[in-house]
Write a protein that binds this ligand. Structure first.
Ligand SMILES: *Cc1c(COP(=O)(O)O)cnc(C)c1O
Length: 231
């Protein structure tokens, strides 16, 4: 990687952190959201550069690709989040190699992750993915399904449900973005009131992180605006 790319990457990371700072201040979110750097489709060398800036949390969406990077970067203290669609035959690899899974949207996957989490590791941190918007989005669970999974998870020793993740339908309209996020925030508050271990609301990406912060996000997931376009 050229020197120029490295400077670009560091500058882009700084710009994203600044957007988070500005939005947090503007919307008076005194608990600034954490930044998850979404590194899918980008090489391990770029992750290492971001890591050297003091950033430790990275998100991946494709199991095979992620495992190669987890292995290549195993000497670094990275906290890996799995954020992609989950097939049942991939749950073991996810349970064994990640600290967080943000895209759990059905009971079968939740149960398998719990059973397959090695006892030698701390509990797997789980976010349940809430379906948002009434278009035919492929992934995400209904509020009722989430309540059932949360109840079942109380008896699961291999994992801990920490909150919600959502991917609303793409919109370039700020108010519409906020409408989706506020719907999620309301449900999150309801869960948080009844469950003391719920503390994470993962929402906001490159195109809508300001609206997410205005709406109470505790974690934004940014790929493109840090790493550039995915090829
Ligand atoms: C790819 C991805 C992101 C990052 O999206 P950008 O628009 O590139 O910032 C965030 N969350 C999930 C679940 C993703 O799959």
């Amino acid at each position: 990687m050229t020197q120029l790319n490295k400077h670009q990457l560091i500058a882009d990371l700084a710009r994203v952190n600044q957007r988070i700072d500005v939005a947090s201040e503007q919307y008076q979110q005194f608990n600034k959201p954490r930044l998850l750097a979404v590194s899918k489709k980008h090489p391990a060398a770029k992750i290492k550069i971001i890591y050297e800036q003091g950033h430790t949390e990275f998100g991946e969406s494709y199991v095979q690709e992620a495992l190669a990077k987890v292995k290549a970067l195993s000497d670094l203290n990275i906290i890996w989040h799995f954020i992609g669609p989950i097939q049942s035959n991939k749950t073991r690899a996810i349970a064994e190699n990640f600290s967080w899974v943000q895209s759990v949207d059905r009971m079968k996957i939740l149960t398998r992750l719990n059973n397959q989490r090695p006892e030698s590791l701390p509990r797997l941190n789980v976010l349940l993915q809430l379906k948002v918007g009434d278009e035919n989005t492929k992934s995400g669970a209904s509020q009722n399904e989430i309540l059932s999974m949360l109840e079942a998870a109380k008896n699961m020793k291999g994992l801990q449900v920490r909150g919600l993740m959502c991917i609303p339908p793409p919109s370039s309209d700020f108010d519409e973005q906020c409408d989706y996020f506020l719907e999620v925030w309301n449900f999150y508050q309801q869960l948080k009131t009844a469950n003391s271990e719920i503390d994470t609301l993962s929402m906001g990406m490159s195109g809508d992180l300001e609206a997410a912060i205005k709406s109470g996000s505790t974690m934004v997931r940014v790929g493109t605006d840090i790493f550039g376009p995915r090829v």
